[in-house]
Every structure is written in C-alpha cells, then in structure tokens.
Design a protein around this ligand. Structure first.
Ligand SMILES: [Zn+2]
Length: 81
C-alpha cells in the first residue's frame, strides 16, 4: 500500500478525495464507496453493485433494495409459479 496524500476530516466526519484520485477511479457525486478495515487502516473501494443471483455487474438494476441483472430479471419473468 502506498501513501497518496494527507487529508483533513471536517467536523461532520467528511473527507475530501482529491480530484486527481476521483478522476483516476472515475468517482462522481452520488457514487457509493465500500469501507474496509484492515488492522490500523481504513480502505475505500468503489462500490459496484452485483446481481444477487449470478453476481454479474452488467446491467444491474435496484429493485426493493436488492440488485438484480437484466438476464436474471428475464429468467424470473419467464418463470411460472
Ligand atoms: Zn443475474
């Protein structure tokens, strides 16, 4: 792990991710980040939702708080109960 920069935490607990890093990781306002903890480190990772059925990250839609891909939507839509 390499050191990138030093940043301050504001009084609401927010940090500013430098513009260069946001561009490099294609982060924009509204994107979600996953937080990981490793010993004495906090790691931020871009959150890419994946389908709850097949784990695909392509054409994923949010339905009732869960993520599902178009292929699985089609498969389920064609299933009769
Ligand atoms: Zn799927």
């Amino acid at each position: 792990m390499k050191k990138y920069d030093v940043c301050n935490i504001d009084n609401l607990g927010r940090i500013l991710i430098p513009i260069k890093l946001r561009k490099e990781f294609q982060l924009k306002a509204g994107d979600q980040l996953e937080l990981f903890v490793d010993k004495d480190s906090i790691i931020l990772k871009k959150y890419i939702p994946s389908c709850i059925f097949c784990s695909s990250q392509e054409n994923v839609h949010e339905i009732k708080g869960r993520y599902i891909c178009e292929d699985c939507i089609k498969e389920i839509s064609g299933t009769s109960v």
